[in-house]
Write a protein that binds this ligand. Structure first.
Ligand SMILES: Nc1ncnc2c1ncn2[C@@H]1O[C@H](COP(=O)(O)OP(=O)(O)OP(=O)(O)O)[C@@H](O)[C@H]1O
Length: 324
């Protein structure tokens, strides 16, 4: 498939003491120019590692990442650097990514100064333009990160990410540390920036409501694999994978009765020893044993042999698309 970003069978492996951990395990996804793909999943499911793996900032051991059809994973160092400048990443804690001793105007145009030969005057004008683009004032350029609120610092981090006119921004939990009103302002800013500049987002978040607001499509990640990917509306109205259903069922809503919340059962399995077959089956509300008279589990996967009590083990073999 063509498009802006195509990830095919990506595996990211952290060498470990006992055995290597495939934190991302055969992930394939696709992002069209000017669109947003939301990426959700519990803590430790591999979302950040996938974001970093796309940029080559985590140890990729298999698979390919293509930007506009060009292979980033196997490119020469120089080609890779040029390609990667078209993808920028923004993190949860903007304070950590901004140099506290550098005025924000200078920090914003630092990537431009490295990649482009621009005069000081051009860089100054550009920092003012970018600050205004994210809803701050050009005169803020001489102030330091500590002089801004958390939401303003996140705007500065976004302005810095926009400096090289990227075609894709990977936003990793960028609203998680902000209170809800500031969160809403940042989400609206991302939407406006997408309309104005055509930038695409891979938007990583725990928060399904936030992801739904922003995303055209949503991918759900569990233990290093994408178990389901769908249009945002369809994912919420007709979740196909039980993991997606329970994630949606666990989101609190205004006016919801307390006992209507359905928290996920059990703990996230140890990623070094994931359950065999369906990696979710140990926590699945319809598994691990399903009545054989149902004929199939919630995702219509065929079941194994029925036991004496009429139940059968779930043998859902996950593929990266969530269907076998
Ligand atoms: N540098 C690292 N070295 C070894 N293991 C790591 C490293 N970074 C992450 N991991 C492990 O990889 C798995 C995936 O972690 P990752 O941070 O990508 O998940 P996540 O879904 O982004 O979680 P969160 O939402 O909490 O940030 C986890 O088991 C984590 O402990």
């Amino acid at each position: 498939m063509s498009g802006l970003l195509t990830v095919d069978g990506l595996r990211v492996t952290y060498p470990g003491g006992e055995r290597p951990l495939h934190a991302v395990d055969g992930v394939s996804l696709h992002i069209e120019a000017g669109t947003t793909l939301g990426l959700v999943g519990e803590s430790g499911s591999g979302k950040s590692t996938l974001g970093r793996g796309i940029l080559g900032l985590a140890p990729v051991t298999a698979g390919t990442v293509r930007l506009n059809g060009k292979d980033i994973t196997h490119a020469t160092a120089k080609a890779r650097r040029d390609l990667c400048s078209q993808i920028q990443m923004v993190f949860q804690d903007p304070y950590a990514s901004l140099n506290p001793r550098m005025p924000v105007g200078k920090a914003i145009v630092e990537p431009m100064a490295e990649h482009l030969s621009l005069s000081n005057r051009e860089l100054r004008l550009e920092s003012g333009r970018l600050l205004e683009l994210v809803g701050l004032s050009a005169s803020d350029a001489n102030r330091y990160p500590f002089q801004f609120s958390g939401g303003q610092r996140q705007r500065i981090a976004i302005a810095r990410a926009l400096a090289l006119k990227p075609s894709l921004i990977i936003a990793d939990e960028i609203t998680s540390a902000l209170d809800v009103s500031v969160q809403a302002a940042i989400l609206n800013l991302l939407r406006e920036l997408q309309r104005e500049t055509g930038v695409a987002f891979l938007f990583i978040s725990h928060n399904l409501a936030v992801v739904r607001y922003l995303s055209d499509r949503i991918a759900v990640m569990n233990l290093g694999k994408i178990v389901e990917e769908a249009d945002a509306g369809r994912l919420f109205s007709e979740p196909r994978h039980p993991y997606t259903s329970v994630l949606i069922g666990a989101v609190p809503r205004v006016h919801q009765r307390e006992d209507a919340l359905r928290p996920l059962q059990g703990d996230v399995p140890d990623p070094l020893h994931p359950p065999a077959g369906c990696r979710f089956h140990t926590r699945c509300p319809v598994g691990p044993a399903v009545r054989s008279d149902r004929g199939s589990c919630a995702v219509d996967q065929p079941l194994g042999e029925s036991g004496p009590d009429g139940t059968v083990a779930c043998h859902f073999p996950l593929t990266s698309s969530g269907r076998s």
